[in-house]
Structures are given as structure tokens and as C-alpha cells.
Design a binder for this molecule. Structure first.
Ligand code: C2O
Ligand code: CU
Ligand code: CU
Length: 431
């Protein structure tokens, strides 16, 4: 087993998007997205986190990764400004997947993420069933809003209600980057929605796409897809076949996620990536295997739990009061919401009784979505997969199986980060 060591320093950085204007942001090691971390199953990881954000506590949360609770950057474990701490954990066999890291301090997660703090953590398997000739290209989507003076404006009431959706969608920190490939080749892409609140329905114009993996690694078998939906925090791995010369673009389609009030951003027709498929034919690439890896279905649950998401809006003397609640309660860091037994399979039923979609996420483990129910109609999950975030559309119930294998408190929450901040979060204590 290898040793993986790195240092991540969070602090002020600048980018230039507006003509002649520097935008002050936050970065890890001066970059946004932060440095791409790539480790291998079995590695022992040790990351020193240096918080150099002026006057603000922070943490690093390892989104989706099987790390001990006290190494997971929970809001209960803040790292004050000027302090270094180390996070250490082991990557078990079978944990290969497309994870990410971002801050999770109490009340400030949303802001620190939209200011630029997020990065990719890839865990590679010892032997990869996907042909190396396809490459392995990470595409991280973030979005940015710029004020006229080039700075990042504060959240408005609309941002708090819907989550903050930026004006410019960036891919690996750039606007509409381009790449060139020979025709007849295939490419592997890992798509990350690292935005606070933007839903991305994506398609590849002129090149067929096949889904091979989700948040927690490869599927059992590839699944063809015309378009895909990535809700905030979700990831997908796809293979794209570039079969004819000319441009192929990754672009957005319309998706109605339930917008409250005016100012719904136009989400269709944005070009995120342009691939120039050259006239030169590729060296022949090996075919995509039919079977990728076995996934063991989680067994019968020993308990089932229900989580009901609601929103409340009320006008009072202070203006609009908004509540984003789970089972009628807003998050309280001093309260344990549920107690679960280590190693036991549970059925979680996530019920969305609110007016917009809420992507549900739980820390410390990967789960398996069983079914979706809407208007009394039940539909099975389209494929067996490991996930840590699932979109729950308005009026829908999602049932999933999960098992927490490590003790300690874990967060579960809506990954529209403004909703998480306003209370749509709870703590499951695993004992
Ligand atoms: Cu992306 Cu509580 O996490
Ligand atoms: Cu997480
Ligand atoms: Cu939400």
C-alpha cells in the first residue's frame, strides 16, 4: 500500500474574467478548482490543511469518501484561521470513484464554495477495466457571478430561496475550453457538478455518450444516454465516441427544477466544452468492455426511516423568513437527529413536499437508490449504482438503501448549499 501526502492551503486568490478587472476569490493552493488529487485504492492518505482564509473558520470535507467521522471535516470540527491540521484516512479496496473535497464550516459552507473552494479527489483502482487509450479527463462545473466592479456580490433573497446560481458556467475554471481529438476515438470524461445550486442537463452534440459510472465508481455495465441530469454535487463518468470529423459540443438543455419567484436563469443552450474532432483518424482503440465490475446489492434493511423535506416562507417585520426543514426541524449542531447502528442496512425514504427539487446527500458512505415514487407510481432505479447524492424532485419520494460502516456523527443534507445553510441538514450518529 502506498502513502499519499499533500498540503492544501485555503486562502485568498484572484482570477480575471471581467475585462481588466481582478476578481478576488478563495482557492486551494491559489487555484479554483483546487489541485486535482489522485490516489489509488489501498493508499494511506495524509493531507495537511492550512486555513489561511482571513477571519474565517473552515474545514475540508471529503465528499463521498469512506473516511472516519472525525477526519471528515464536519461543521463540529472547525479549523480556525491561521491553524494547520492533518486529515488522515485509508482508501479501502473497492473504493475507486469520483469524489471531491470542499469546505463544510458551520453556516459558511455555501459562501466558501461559491467563492471558489472545491476540488476533485479521484481514487483509482489497482487495475482499471476502462481502456487507458480513452484517457481520463475531469470536467468540473462551477459557476460564478460577477458584479460590475469584478467582485463577487453577496447573496440576494432569490439566491437564498433557490440557491445561488452564477452567471458564468466554468469548466475547470475556464469558459468554454476546447480540446482536439482524432476521429474514431473514444474519451472518458468525469463530469462534476460543483456548483452551489445549478442543475445541469447535458448532452453531447454530434457524439454518442455512454454512462459508465456514478458518484461512487463504475456501474456493472455501460448504459447508453442521450442526455444526463447532474444535480448539485452529483458526478457521472461517461464515454464519448467521436465518430466523425468536425466540432462536437457539450451543451446544456432546459431543466425545470422548480424556481421560486422571478429571475429564473436561462439554463438551456450554454456551450460548456468544444471538442474539435480532427480529420486525422485515430489509432484503433479497444472496445468498451460489456461488464465493468460486479456491484453487490445491499441486503434487506433492518429499519426504515422517513425524511420529509419542506420549505416555509413567511412575511414578518424583518422581511421574508425562510425555513428549509427536514421532518419539520431546522439543523441544530447540538442535536443528534437519528442514531444508526454501524454495519446495519437501512432503508431511507426521502420525501420532497416542497416546491423545488432538493438533491439529497449523506456523508461517510455510498448508497443504492431502489426506486422513485411520484403520484402513486413507482419506478425502479434505472441501474444499480453507488451514489452519495440523489436528486429528489418536487412531489417525489426516493427510497434508498444504505449502510454506515464507521462510527461517529455524519451529516445528511440538501446539496443546494444555501438550503443546507438555512437548515436543511441533520445528524445521524452511527454507533
Ligand atoms: Cu458535499 Cu455535506 O457535503
Ligand atoms: Cu459530503
Ligand atoms: Cu434544497
Amino acid at each position: 500500500p502506498g502513502q499519499f501526502k499533500a498540503r492544501l492551503t485555503a486562502g485568498p486568490a484572484t482570477v480575471r474574467f471581467a475585462e481588466g478587472l481582478d476578481t478576488p476569490i478563495l482557492g486551494y493552493n491559489g487555484m479554483s478548482p483546487g489541485p486535482l488529487i489522485e490516489a489509488v485504492e489501498g493508499d494511506r492518505v495524509e493531507i495537511t490543511f492550512a486555513n489561511r482564509i482571513p477571519d474565517e473558520a473552515s474545514t475540508i470535507h471529503w465528499h463521498g469518501m469512506p473516511v472516519p467521522a472525525d477526519q471528515d471535516g464536519n461543521p463540529m470540527d472547525p479549523v480556525e484561521t491561521g491553524i494547520d491540521r492533518s486529515y488522515s484516512f485509508e482508501l479501502p479496496e473497492g473504493s475507486a470513484g469520483s469524489y471531491w473535497y470542499h469546505p463544510h464550516p458551520h453556516g459558511r459552507t455555501a459562501e466558501q464554495v461559491y467563492r471558489g473552494l472545491a476540488g476533485v479527489f479521484l481514487v483509482k483502482p489497482g487495475t482499471d477495466p476502462i481502456p487507458a487509450a480513452y484517457g481520463d479527463t475531469v470536467l468540473v462545473f462551477t459557476d460564478l457571478r460577477l458584479a460590475a466592479d469584478g467582485t463577487l456580490p453577496d447573496n440576494t433573497m432569490t439566491d437564498l430561496m433557490n440557491g445561488r446560481v452564477g452567471d458564468h458556467v466554468l469548466v475547470n475554471g475556464q469558459r468554454n475550453p476546447a480540446l482536439t481529438v482524432p476521429f474514431g476515438t473514444k474519451r472518458r470524461f468525469r463530469l462534476y457538478n460543483a456548483t452551489n445550486a445549478r442543475f445541469l442537463r447535458l448532452s453531447f452534440d454530434g457524439a454518442p455518450m455512454t454512462i459508465i459510472g456514478t458518484d461512487g465508481g463504475l456501474l456493472e455495465a455501460p448504459v447508453a444516454a442521450d442526455d444526463i441530469l447532474l444535480s448539485p454535487a452529483e458526478r457521472l463518468e461517461v464515454i464519448v465516441s467521436f465518430e466523425k470529423p468536425g466540432p462536437a459540443t457539450l451543451y446544456t438543455l432546459d431543466y425545470d427544477r422548480g424556481w421560486m419567484g422571478a429571475g429564473r436563469p436561462a439554463d438551456a443552450g450554454l456551450t460548456l466544452l468544444t471538442v474539435h474532432v480532427s480529420q486525422t483518424p485515430a489509432e484503433p482503440v479497444p472496445p468498451l468492455p460489456d461488464r465493468l465490475r460486479p456491484i453487490a446489492r445491499l441486503g434487506a434493511p433492518s429499519i426504515s426511516r422517513r425524511f420529509v423535506f419542506t420549505e416555509t416562507m413567511a412575511m414578518n417585520a424583518n422581511g421574508m423568513e425562510m425555513g428549509f426543514l427536514i421532518n419539520g426541524a431546522a439543523f441544530d449542531m447540538g442535536r443528534v437527529d437519528i442514531v444508526a447502528k454501524q454495519g446495519e442496512v437501512e432503508l431511507w425514504e426521502i420525501v420532497n413536499e416542497a416546491d423545488m427539487d432538493h438533491p439529497f446527500h449523506v456523508h461517510g458512505t455510498q448508497f443504492q437508490v431502489v426506486e422513485h415514487e411520484r403520484d402513486g407510481k413507482v419506478s425502479k432505479a434505472p441501474y444499480l449504482a453507488w451514489k452519495d447524492t440523489v436528486n429528489v424532485t418536487r412531489g417525489e419520494t426516493v427510497r434508498l438503501l444504505l449502510r454506515q460502516d464507521r462510527p461517529g456523527p455524519r451529516m445528511y443534507h440538501c446539496h443546494i448549499l444555501e438550503h443546507e445553510q438555512l437548515g436543511m441538514m441533520g445528524i445521524v450518529d452511527v454507533r
